[in-house]
Write a protein of this length. Sequence first.
Length: 380
Amino acid sequence: MTETEGVEPEGGNDTVEGGERTPSISEIIRDGAPVEYIPLLVISFIVCVIVLVLFVRAVNEHRRYFTKHTMQWLCTLGIVLTFPFYTVMYLSGIIVPRAMAKLTFLAETYEAISLVFFLRLLFTYMGGKKKTVGKLKGHQVALANPPICCLVCLPHIRFGKKYMVVHECFILQLVIFQLILGYIDLLIGLDDSHEHPASLVEETYSHYFHAFILVSLLLAIYGLGGIYHAAEEQLKHYQIFKKFILYKAFVTVVKLEELLVTLVVTKLVEKYEFEMGVGAISGELRVHIWYYFLVIIQAAVIFPFLLRAYSTDDYPVTTSNVLVEDAMLMVEDGSEGNGDEKQQPMSDYVSFPAAQTLEGPESRDGTVDGTEGTAVSPVA
């Protein structure tokens, strides 16, 4: 790709990956930027605000379940937070290009942690890790799970404790490698800190680092997918496939999108022979800005669907909740003023989908439920 470096003011030594200097926001204002920079910045800001408003609204809807269903509440919002976190980090990267590498490291590290939230959320649906292993033990599970689902020749094996431990390790290795290798990637000077172009060793490490993290991510998705597919039949009313596929599609595209954008821009430059570097923005930085913008847009598009998948319907409803709701209905109907009518006792229940997915689900207040998912209202 043909690149023309922007004007390099004195007194600075920040570089982007590959040795090109990264300008500050004041230098961009002073020396100019590509014509699309301001529109992309404004659109990204508006989209980010919309995503944050939707997230705050979701937090408010889930707020009342924090006390009795703390772990499920934390895991649900921890997964949902991935999208607002990405939009804020990447918007900040467009505004402050010098911090791009650090912000990307933070976003990708939280993405790795969110896979652990996925695993913990499955445990809460099943009643805990021990109950998950107990209920799935002996089930036949396929080894051909995404991202290697095309390998249908792989055999089926029985689910057991070893299967669970191995797949948990697949998930946790991503968090470890992302933290350690990503931090090394910043320390050796690929973030923004060298006044000289990146050495051959640094560039080689960068290429291998990104390739290794991609493989690590795919392995973590395989580990999580294996456990989710094993529990899919028992948790089908929780729409776990929809929950998982929305998230998996987003993180996979984010990993591949930078490469795709770079290839497209390279082809355009070769075809039309125009200069990529404009003002203070170098050609490589311009590609990064477009990549950040596209990630923000796709996060905003997927986020509403994710919120619908992680609705408050997933929380089990206990007897105390039912009594309050029925009492309010009685007041509205004026039924409590009739003293001649005798009310029938109400049986405990757990709401859909928990009632149809687990055998005798346990509520957070210690009551055990084993009845069907149908509310029994007082009968006059």
